[in-house]
Design a protein around this ligand. Structure first.
Ligand SMILES: *Cc1c(COP(=O)(O)O)cnc(C)c1O
Length: 386
């Protein structure tokens, strides 16, 4: 049984397609978010923690060597890799935990595939003294044993889900069961700009700090807005955060980059997936298709509803890059700038390496460097030495 709500739509995309008892929880969450999102005290608290704990604002670094090497547009890097825990996910984790705190909740649950969102959640829970339960597919706990250990170090309880295929989807189902049973004292912390309304709106709200800062920084450094903003898209949270304050600036091109083996935006069709409508890769029976990416954070058959709408309306452009191009970009940025990017972020670099030379010296590209690559060094080492 599903209920459909008109609120939370981006064109035909978004909405909330969940059973009635879960819908009640979504309604309550929406009400609380609406109450606090413009609350001065709440926003002061968010600003305090992203400064003092995350280390914001992070720099907008002019990548001079990369620019000289590629020729064409000037390239700037928005340094989410310099955040505490090494990626953008912590911005959202802190925002949602502060919301949970206002709602009087002390127990946080989340689901994680590769473990990156689980680690960000466990980190923020440790700092705010929240109980933390992370659901993870049993198969994923084996493949990501080090991240499981990391979450446990941070005080989280990791529940290995043995049902189904023991993958992310099964972990999501378990987390939602938990939420329905314990909603009066539990907050479900969702890690990307996906899921039923109001999650995509909440995640964008907290990640928008990326473009709030970059817009101010580029105006200070260059006195004008960029020609384009480039970001990788998994669920779409770092990209929507990097785009947010430029969406109304029609002259700024917004470009999202996805893996060529998980091309939800470039090849997907409108479909209902995991409680919301988006462009998704589905088979003839409407089931999600298997995807693959060397970057675990981009391995998802759907995409946030707002990106689906930005694509359909033509406001944003989305392209794919190949694994080989991503590996080249991973090495290129490391070598010329001394910055090892996350494999996810290397997708944005890979596209930029082709795109920048087609522009001229008066053009500016801002690349959202969503995370650092330390977590990926071993994987690349194994790929290179096999
Ligand atoms: C999780 C992750 C992503 C993908 O998630 P989005 O919600 O699409 O941003 C991208 N980059 C890094 C470094 C990540 O950890």
């Amino acid at each position: 049984m599903s209920t459909v709500k008109q609120k939370g739509y981006f064109g035909q995309f978004g909405g909330s397609f969940v059973p009635p008892d879960l819908q009640k929880v979504m309604d309550q969450l929406e009400e609380q978010f609406e109450k606090y999102k413009n609350d001065e005290e709440f926003n002061r608290e968010f600003a305090y923690y992203v400064k003092e704990y995350v280390g914001r604002e992070n720099p907008l670094t002019f990548a001079k060597n990369l620019t000289d090497k590629l020729g064409g547009a000037k390239i700037y890097l928005k340094r989410e890799d310099l955040n505490h825990t090494g990626a953008h996910k912590i911005n959202n984790a802190i925002g949602q935990i502060l919301l949970a705190k206002r709602m009087g909740v002390k127990r946080i649950i989340a689901e994680t595939g590769a473990g990156q969102h689980g680690v960000a959640t466990a980190t923020a829970c440790a700092m705010f003294g929240m109980d933390c339960v992370i659901y993870m597919g049993a198969e994923d706990t084996r493949r990501q044993a080090l991240n499981v250990f990391r979450m446990e170090l941070l005080g989280a309880k990791v529940v290995a889900v043995d049902k189904g295929q023991g993958r992310l989807k099964d972990a999501v189902d378990e987390a939602l069961n938990d939420l329905v049973q314990n909603y009066d004292h539990t907050f479900y912390l969702l890690g990307s700009a996906v899921g039923p309304h109001p999650y995509p709106t909440i995640v964008k709200h907290f990640q928008a700090i990326i473009s709030e800062e970059s817009k101010k920084q580029i105006l200070e450094k260059e006195g004008k807005l960029p020609t384009a903003v480039v970001a990788c898209t998994g669920g779409g949270s770092n990209a929507i955060g990097a785009f947010a304050h430029y969406i109304d600036e029609q002259d700024v091109r917004l470009i999202g980059i996805e893996p060529d083996q998980a091309p939800s935006l470039t090849k997907g069709v409108p479909a209902e997936l995991h409680g919301f409508k988006c462009l998704a890769l589905i088979d003839e029976n409407g089931n999600p298709q298997p995807t693959y990416s060397i970057a675990a954070g981009l391995d998802y058959p759907g995409i946030g509803p707002e990106h689906s709408y930005l694509k359909e309306s033509g406001r944003a452009e989305y392209y794919t890059v190949s694994n080989d191009e991503v590996l080249e970009a991973f090495k290129l940025l490391s070598k010329v700038e001394g910055i090892i990017p996350a494999l996810e972020s290397a997708h944005a670099i890979a596209y930029t390496a082709k795109f920048a030379p087609t522009l001229d010296q008066n053009d500016i590209i801002i690349v959202n460097l969503s995370g650092r690559g330390d977590k990926d060094v071993q994987q690349v080492f194994e790929m290179e030495t096999k």
